[in-house]
Design a protein around this ligand. Structure first.
Ligand SMILES: [Zn+2]
Ligand SMILES: [Zn+2]
Length: 273
């Protein structure tokens, strides 16, 4: 059983209404040893929606510290963050991480070339293949610009936002081979930077047959020498905590992974799958 959910949102993220207490209580019910909050911090998020994806880090850390104390007999609460990476934000993100002590930092791509691929403007004037390719390229650019994260989040989640996919009951699949050159470079860049990747079960929640990233990418990551993985549900609501973790556990074991990591004060602690 996977006993840590290391990608959890609360109402500190503008796209979640769940108080931290509700997520924690659900975590206790699920038998978790650790729950790591990783609320969204996306500096310079384009003004395309009512969402800002920025929170007050002081209030965030204070609240988590209070809850750590209150629930310490039942569960260990970790202070994480999901940073929306963009190359020009490196100094700002480094300053944030210097001012506050986080257990765990997920680096994610939510914005590419100042556009969120969730919205149509990203896909205008480019083919699906070019849009996906550009997304992967930007991961490499982000890794070169900033090394303050521990794992790269949901590497292939762009697939969810390919035009027509969002509301489609039939989800697209894609083959590793189609993007092998750029994906190999993405994985090698992450590995040589000493970083890991996360296995994010939210793909399954969105009706895909695979998590993010898909098994082919996990397999290739392992072949290239990648070992460091964390596991998270990306839950924005309590009912999605630990989503399909038994499926993830079986999948990782079938691919030959033996351990997953839980980051505490920036250092990985390994748990057997
Ligand atoms: Zn994300
Ligand atoms: Zn997230």
């Amino acid at each position: 059983m996977i006993i840590a959910d290391c990608h959890v949102h609360s109402d500190f993220s503008s796209d979640s209404k769940a108080p931290m207490e509700q997520m924690i209580e659900k975590g206790i019910e699920e038998g978790l040893k650790w729950i790591c909050f990783t609320d969204h911090m996306d500096y310079d998020y384009p003004p395309v929606s009512e969402y800002s994806f920025v929170f007050d880090p002081e209030a965030y850390v204070r609240k988590i510290n209070e809850l750590k104390e209150r629930y310490k007999a039942q569960i260990e609460i970790l202070t994480g963050i999901e940073l929306g990476l963009q190359p020009h934000l490196s100094d700002r993100m480094a300053a944030l991480l210097k001012s506050f002590s986080f257990d765990f930092v997920i680096g994610s791509s939510h914005v590419v070339d100042n556009m969120d691929p969730y919205y149509a403007d990203y896909w205008e004037n480019r083919s699906v293949k070019d849009g996906i390719y550009r997304y992967y390229e930007s991961i490499i650019e982000n890794c070169k610009a900033f090394q303050g994260f521990d794992v790269y989040g949901h590497i292939d989640y762009i697939i969810r936002y390919v035009p027509g996919q969002l509301n489609s009951p039939v989800k697209m699949d894609y083959s590793y081979a189609e993007y092998a050159d750029i994906l190999d470079e993405v994985l090698k860049t992450i590995i040589t930077s000493g970083k890991g990747i996360e296995v994010n079960s939210s793909g399954l929640k969105y009706g895909q047959t695979y998590p993010h990233p898909k098994p082919e990418i996990l397999k290739r990551y392992k072949e290239l020498g990648g070992e460091l993985i964390t596991i998270g549900s990306d839950a924005h609501r309590p009912e999605h905590l630990c989503y399909s973790f038994s499926v993830i556990s079986d999948l990782l074991k079938s691919l030959g992974f033996k351990y997953y990591a839980v980051f505490i004060l920036g250092k990985p602690v390994y748990e057997r799958l």
